[in-house]
Design a protein. Structure first.
Length: 148
C-alpha cells in the first residue's frame, strides 16, 4: 500500500528529483532510522509514483488510541501489541512504527520516558527495603540476637 502524501521529507524529495539518489537515500535513512534497503525502496517508490510507500506497508500515523495510552503510561510492549492488533502487521514492523512514532513526537517521548522511569521506581524501592532488612538481620545476627 502507499499513502496519498509523500512520506519522505522535502529535502529527500528534492534530492531525488534532482537525480541525487544517494543523497535522497541518506536523508531518508537519517530521518527515519531505516536500513539501506528500506530507504532505497522508499526513494524508488517516490520516484515511480510521486509518493513513497510506507516502510511497514501501512501509514505510521495509524496509531490506535490504546497504543497511545500505553505509551503515555510508559508501556512500550503493550503499545506494540496494540499496534500489531490494530494494523495486522509483524512484530518487527510494529516495533519500528511505534518507536518511530515516539521519536517524531517530542511531547509523547517526554511523557513516555517519564512514565517508564516512574514504573521502574517500585522495583528500586522494593530492592532498598530488602537491602535494609538484610542489614538489620545481619546486625541482629552479629550482636548475637541481643536488642539493646
Amino acid at each position: 500500500m502507499s499513502s496519498s502524501k509523500p512520506t519522505i521529507s522535502e529535502q529527500a524529495a528534492a534530492a531525488a528529483n534532482a537525480g541525487n539518489l544517494l543523497e535522497a537515500i541518506k536523508q531518508v535513512r537519517e530521518e527515519t532510522g531505516l536500513g539501506l534497503k528500506e530507504a532505497k525502496e522508499m526513494v524508488d517508490a517516490y520516484l515511480r509514483h510521486g509518493h513513497a510507500a510506507s516502510p511497514t506497508g501501512i501509514s505510521h500515523t495509524e496509531m490506535p488510541v490504546a497504543a497511545m495510552l500505553a505509551l503515555k503510561n510508559g508501556l512500550l510492549i503493550e503499545a506494540i501489541k496494540h499496534y500489531r492488533e490494530h494494523n495486522h502487521c509483524g512484530l518487527k514492523d510494529a516495533k519500528q512504527a511505534v518507536e518511530r512514532h515516539i521519536d517524531t513526537n517530542p511531547l509523547l517521548k517526554q511523557q513516555f520516558q517519564a512514565a517508564a522511569k516512574q514504573s521502574g521506581m517500585p522495583f528500586v524501592n522494593l530492592l532498598l527495603v530488602l537491602v535494609l532488612l538484610g542489614l538489620m538481620a545481619l546486625g541482629y545476627w552479629y550482636t548475637g540476637g541481643e536488642i539493646r
